[in-house]
Design a protein around this ligand. Sequence first.
Ligand code: FAD
Ligand code: NAI
Length: 467
Amino acid sequence: MSDDIFDLIVVGGGPGGYTAAIRAAQLGMKTACVEKRGALGGTCLNVGCIPSKALLKSSELFEEVQHDMEGRGIMVGSVKLDLGTMLGQKDTTVTSLTQGIEFLLKKNKVTYIKGAGELQGGGRVEVTGEENKVIKGKNILIATGSDVMPLPNVDIDEKQIVSSTGALELPKVPKHMVVIGAGVIGLELGTVWRRLGAEVTVVEFLDRVLPGTDNEVAKTTQRTLKKQGMKFKLGTKVTSAKTAKGGVTLTMEPSKGGSSETLKADVVLVAIGRRPYTEGLGLDDLGVERDKAGRIMVDNSFKSNVDGVYAIGDVIEGPMLAHKAEDEAVVCVEMMAGQKPHINYDTIPGVIYTWPEVATVGKTEEQLKEAGIEYAVGKVPFMANSRARAVGSTDGFAKILADKKTDKVLGVHIIGPDAGTIIHECVIAMEFGASSEDIARTCHAHPTLNEAVKEAALAVAGRTINS
Ligand code: FAD
Ligand code: NAI
């Protein structure tokens, strides 16, 4: 065994892992971060949040410049797509950010070890890959994230049948792309390729898009994306896919049963969810408990059932979001250091970066009804917001749900321009236990999109001024 002994070994260098490693080092722990990908930043930086947002921005500009300029008196000539350069911009962004994380680990004196980590018991982790050694830690934190959920009889080859990873680097714009799954990935990446010229059909098992999102928001999202040209086939399940030189033939049938039909596509994107990734970690031999979905089971301090083994991020329960992993990382290592931090799972925002954006925090109407909580609704359309009119983006609404008796804000659901930025005033308000009146009486600058939030708060008490 080597002499490398650490206070904390973090396995996985994604948003959960690298954040935990940095915070632990700041707290005085001798820390190692083991990552097998060859680059830090995990799914999020390499094949998730960042590359998808780079392509969403580029494709948004491509569409906007073709369709939305003349009305403002800006005449553009013919617009051409250089997909190679667009993908290159995305790759450069990713590389600069992942290298930035490496710099941050160095700056904080975290030892970055390149290779796959396997837990061997007694605090030992065997690393194989670019580096080969055994290291020892007083504590081990598993932050190995998640992986694509496979679909039986639909084999991903990352060329014709792709996961989100392949969909971020298609060499040409498909004529027809079929997206399986109307979740976050399906709608975001479907939007990218539709904007770049593909016909996009989204096939969804359920009879709605974005399960778990407030119903009204999900319906408006579908309607808006349909208006933009995206096609939807809801209540339908894909039973198999056959690839040939000319494309892919999907066989599908109604989810509730019925006769099957086929659909042809040049490219199929499988986006039916993600599953925790624990392959090769040696968890069975160690006896680390997992739930039915394969997630590592942890207590409120992120401790597993095995002494000295912790887990955070996508590999445990909860929304698979980078900021959730990061917050858990900080809380987990601060608890290890004897501090008393907190994480509030009721105020973790979720953003879907389509246009308009969708942003939500707290309970949905459906959840409140199910819990038997009486609530008041304040809702205003962006059509009534002067800034939305000025920027020419008036689709959508802001909706605040407040407790009928106490007026405490229980949930905020926004579909509209820059919703993902606007939502944060609501997140802070909820974190501090605000009432809708607190928001309504907070001065909002004019003209801003955030005024829609103030107006929605006024609407809870039925006293709107501008709508
Ligand atoms: P990961 O980021 O998955 O990192 C885990 C790391 O562990 C990986 O790098 C992996 O290589 C490494 N690893 C695994 N096993 C081992 C081992 N044995 N040894 C060493 N290393 C190992 N979330 C958002 O909040 N906003 C978004 O906009 C967003 N967009 C997304 C877009 C796409 C296309 C996808 C796929 C996901 C997106 N997500 C987004 C989700 C986000 O990427 C994840 O929630 C986040 O990355 C989880 O962080 P994590 O640290 O738990 O795991
Ligand atoms: P998802 O869980 O959001 O959506 C999957 C969709 O596929 C659901 O609508 C589901 O009903 C449907 N589905 C499941 N099985 C199906 C089948 N056999 N046929 C047809 N439809 C089927 O999962 P998705 O989109 O893959 O994203 C995975 C995770 O990544 C999400 O949990 C999300 O949190 C995260 N993510 C976050 C983003 C963000 O924050 N903006 C962006 C992209 C991903």
